[in-house]
Design a protein around this ligand. Structure first.
Ligand code: ATP
Ligand code: MG
Length: 360
């Protein structure tokens, strides 16, 4: 859902900023330390109830203030707000009523962030790719979250019993029923979503990839799903699990393997190509969610010029612009966001200087 207005008060170096009539594409430009990333951080807080760059509550609030306030109005008039007060209080509201959970916020304002940390999707551990996968499944299938929570709970109980030791498989098995049942649902939903993702990606690679069409995405369920059911996998892993004191197979071990010509993408792609591929995966997720649910995710792209040459910068921008979804892009110079020649009507340009924002 596109954001129409945004107000920020006392977030980092931004004392007060107001954005009205936001466009499909919004470029926020200015020098280093002017406050560009802070604008994206404000939007991110409204959609995910956390920052993408620090865990610290205090660090977010302007040094001379006691509290920060952020408010956005979406295209359908939904109002979302957050107030964070020293020392540690946070209050999130949707249409004036306290939000029940971060999932509520995410459902109103699905976001895709592309920044220099996005690379970790390729280079980091499976947990990041699992989160990426599950974020997509969460948006496409609302039943996913409660199922996932039940599986987590069952897994925790199972691990407690394994840690205690001296338990036989027949004693443990009855406790696995809940885990197996929920894992099968999770696995099915993840499989379905991976197919959506692959379709979206193949459309994008055909048009925008500079690494040919050799990209493959393979889903790993967290056990050898090709040769056995999860129940069998649990049984076979029992001896190992009881020695290690935790479950070595399961939905908490899922991953996606991203390869180019059969090699891990991280081993063969240049930094610029990695950035393009990660952006492609984010775009595929955004358009996949949009096509499946009609919900329109908002893209936050921090420092569009970084790591990309001019040609790839334009490619990335046109890929994003073609989605028709709303974008917030930061750049040091306006020319880094080269929108010429792209089918974009009337982008919004915002100059940030010492925490002050002016539409230009
Ligand atoms: N709690 C705070 N109170 C006041 N200023 C802060 C606070 N936290 C961070 N800052 C400052 O806010 C400024 C803006 O940071 P921000 O990361 O938004 O800049 P930026 O425009 O994205 O810069 P760059 O181009 O280097 O990425 C920085 O100078 C930072 O030190
Ligand atoms: Mg920045």
């Amino acid at each position: 859902m596109a954001i129409k207005t945004l107000k920020i008060k006392d977030l980092r170096n931004i004392k007060e900023a107001s954005f009205s009539d936001l466009n499909q594409i919004n470029v926020i430009f200015g020098k280093n330390a002017s406050g560009k990333t802070s604008v994206l951080e404000a939007i991110y807080l409204l959609g995910l109830a956390k920052s993408f760059r620090s865990q610290s509550h205090i660090a977010l609030i302007n040094r001379d203030a006691e509290e920060l306030v952020i408010h956005a109005t979406l295209q359908d008039q939904t109002g979302i707000g957050v107030r964070k007060t020293l020392p540690s209080k946070s209050l999130y509201k949707i249409n004036g009523k306290p939000a029940q959970s971060a999932a509520d916020l995410a459902q109103n304002l699905p976001l895709q962030l592309i920044n220099s940390d996005s690379f970790h999707l390729l280079s980091g551990g499976p947990g990041l790719r699992r989160s990426y996968l599950d974020k997509g499944v969460f948006h496409v299938e609302h039943g996913f979250l409660p199922t996932w929570r039940r599986a987590q709970k069952a897994l925790k109980q199972r691990n407690t019993m394994l840690k205690r030791g001296r338990i036989s498989y027949s004693e443990l098995h009855p406790w696995d029923v809940e885990l197996i049942e929920n894992t099968e649902i999770i696995h099915g939903l993840r499989q379905l979503y991976i197919e959506t993702l692959k379709q979206e990606l193949s459309l994008l690679t055909r048009e925008f990839a500079n690494f040919g069409e050799a990209l493959t995405i393979d889903y790993f369920a967290g056990w050898d799903q090709v040769n056995m059911s999860f129940e069998e996998a649990l049984e076979r892993a029992f001896r190992r699990d009881s020695v290690s004191g935790f479950s070595t197979v399961g939905p908490h071990r899922a991953d996606i393997k991203i390869k180019i010509g059969g090699f891990p993408a991280i081993d063969v792609l240049s930094r610029g190509q990695q950035k393009t591929l990660v952006a492609m995966m984010q775009v595929a997720q955004g358009t996949g969610v949009y096509r499946a649910t009609g919900q329109k995710p908002v893209f936050l792209v921090d420092d569009i010029g970084a790591e990309l040459d001019a040609a790839n910068g334009v490619k990335l921008l046109s890929m994003l612009a073609d989605t028709g979804l709303q974008l917030f892009i930061t750049a040091i110079n306006p020319q880094d966001a080269n929108l010429e020649g792209l089918s974009v009507n009337n982008p919004g340009w915002f100059h940030v200087e010492h925490g002050r924002v002016a539409r230009v």
